[in-house]
Design a protein around this ligand. Structure first.
Ligand code: FE2
Length: 581
């Protein structure tokens, strides 16, 4: 019996840690849930590592190896030659050298520095790290492993797409058994994640974090041929294969007087960027639409190329770009695709999981358990929950039937904070740290946006549906348990569940099985008994700008500070006095 840990953190966003025992996943969590800073940029994931060890009930000495999801050792050696290639390809001008230096700094991670930083950070928590236990894995191989080994597929076509991991930005793979073989890659500056992040910033959102807002805004815009021509200057691609290149002069080289991720050349082409506080106009909606449309065309063609090369119709996706559930849904619907698995933690958190698997595989493990649910974070006892409620002087009681009672509140239009079991890993709340509401009420979306989420009114909410009624709303759609794929909602239900359908008639569902989450499944059934619809709106339990709540104390704080009416936490219930009139 051997334990292997995987980590990433100390450089980019979304640091995380995962622990596997042989091939079986034991724990997996993101650092932001512990340090309470959204995406936890630059943090070393000591909170998540502690969670893994505590869940297994072991000390760090029992961990055989710690896989780190960035191949510093190889990359540090190869950076100079790689930068030279970029220089040659683009004829870099004098004042672009500081950009190259910036790239060097961003990508360089000195292996001995990583080892020392982790040793110091862990020492502060009382853990003694033997630095030799840290080994480095290729970032994209970790992404690939995080999807393929979790998929339950014997063989798969695998696509990993992100901003960049070392110099790689997109890799196409074939997975067979435990072998993952690369057959094509794309390197910086050709990056789909970078392309999308550039327009995320240009449209006034936070790059590397709020890409989902561009995706959510896109269906409000229109296709524009002229704009596609302009985008074609930036992101060129071969429609037959999806092979693509990105012109760095629009996002990297040259003067950047108005933004971090776009140059003045981009402004000259697309007009003034939107600042965060400025209203969203038709022009911005159209940019979002066309940026998304072009990404989709590239991704679909890349998927087709991968399937053609491997001859395998089961597809695995991961990497930050695979957070784009609209793109994922289109890939899932391709006639060439048989089954699809998208790693729910597709961003860099998933790299920690892949790194743990790769370390296990290197030690001879050949079987990995399927990723059937995402509840791998912290769980709390009744005593811990009660202590948080008492401390906050909240009036609460133990419910004789928390499921029935919550379903009644939801049926009556109240908004419920639903805190049960272990925290989900990944960006989506999947029924353990969720804010739930009634999808049949027409102004529920606005009410949630206004009173609870404090976010832009145009952003859609996602539905959770029982496995028994899933096919009714999403006929023909593949089973999707992690809100990572978007599909059209059956025509006859669009009007019945207005709060769960986006403007383009799609939704990003979570199919809830009794097996994965019995209590949440029971709640959907209970709600369905009165309403006929075993469906609820499910949005993450957090205050805007903060990570999803983790501990009971976080939940109580969010409950108190927002318009949530009812808190269903473990078997306890708290109802705000003003909520029942
Ligand atoms: Fe990545």
């Amino acid at each position: 019996m051997s334990y292997f840990m995987g980590v990433l953190g100390g450089q980019g966003a979304n640091p995380a840690a995962a622990l596997v025992k042989d091939g079986e996943l034991i724990a997996f969590a993101e650092e932001e849930r512990y340090n309470r800073i959204k995406c936890a940029p630059l943090a070393i994931p000591v909170g998540a590592m502690s969670h893994c060890l505590e869940t297994a009930g072991i000390g760090l000495d029992r961990v055989e190896q710690i896989g780190f999801g960035w191949d510093c050792e190889r990359y540090v050696r190869e950076i100079p030659a790689f930068l030279e290639q970029i220089e040659k390809r683009f004829g870099v001008e004098e004042n672009d050298y500081n950009r190259l230096h910036e790239l060097r700094l961003r990508l360089s991670l000195d292996p001995s520095r990583v080892r020392t930083d982790y040793r110091f950070a862990l020492a502060k928590r009382g853990y003694t790290l033997d630095e030799r236990k840290i080994v480095f894995h290729r970032h994209h191989l970790c992404h690939a492993a995080s999807a393929f080994y979790c998929s339950g597929f014997e063989r798969a076509s695998i696509l990993t797409l992100d901003g960049s991991g070392e110099e790689y930005t997109c890799v196409l793979w074939e997975g067979r058994g435990t072998e993952i073989r690369e057959f094509k890659n794309f390197k910086l500056p050709d990056t789909l994640g970078g392309y999308y992040a550039t327009f995320t910033e240009f449209l006034g959102f936070k790059p590397d974090e709020e890409e989902g807002k561009v995706m959510g805004l896109a269906p409000y815009g229109r296709h524009d041929e002229q704009m596609q021509e302009k985008l074609g200057e930036i992101l060129r691609f071969d429609p037959a294969t999806g092979d693509f290149s990105v012109d760095p002069r629009y996002r990297f080289f040259g003067p950047r007087s108005q933004g971090q991720r776009y140059t003045d050349r981009l402004v000259a082409s697309f007009g003034a960027p939107r600042l965060r506080h400025e209203p969203i106009e038709d022009r911005h909606r159209d940019i979002a639409f066309n940026v998304q449309w072009r990404l989709e065309r590239v991704a679909l063609a890349l998927a087709r190329q991968t399937i053609a090369a491997t001859g395998i119709r089961d597809v695995c996706l991961s990497g930050g770009v695979a957070m784009n559930c609209k793109m994922n849904g289109l890939i899932a619907s391709m006639p060439e695709v048989e089954r699809i698995f998208v790693q729910p933690a597709s961003g860099d958190a998933g790299v920690a999981l892949g790194a743990a698997y790769l370390s296990a595989r290197a030690a001879g493990v050949t079987k990995f358990s399927r990723f059937e649910h995402a509840y791998w974070g912290s769980a709390y006892s009744d005593a811990q929950i009660e202590s948080a409620l008492r401390e906050a002087k909240i009036e609460y009681r133990r419910s004789p039937d928390i499921v029935e009672e919550t379903a009644t509140h939801l049926a009556q239009g109240r908004i419920a904070g639903w805190f049960q079991g272990a925290t989900e890993v990944g960006a989506r709340a999947l029924g353990n740290r969720s804010i739930l509401a009634n999808p049949l009420i027409s102004d529920m979306r606005d009410k949630l946006n206004r009173e609870v989420k404090h976010r832009e009114g145009w952003r859609p909410f996602c539905p959770s549906v029982s496995e028994d009624q899933y096919a009714r709303y999403f006929p023909g759609a593949p089973e999707s348990d992690f809100m990572i794929l978007a599909f059209p909602v059956a025509d006859e239900y669009r009007a019945a569940i207005p709060a769960a359908v986006h403007v383009d008639g799609t939704a990003r569902p979570q199919r809830v099985t009794r097996r994965a989450n019995p209590r949440f499944h029971a709640l959907l059934k209970a709600f369905g008994r009165g309403s006929g619809h075993e469906m609820l709106i499910n949005t993450s339990f957090n205050i805007q700008g903060e990570p999803i709540v983790n501990s009971p104390r976080d939940a109580v704080r969010c409950f108190g500070g927002t318009g949530i009416d009812v808190l269903a936490i473990g078997d306890f219930i708290a109802v705000k006095p003003g909520a029942v009139r």
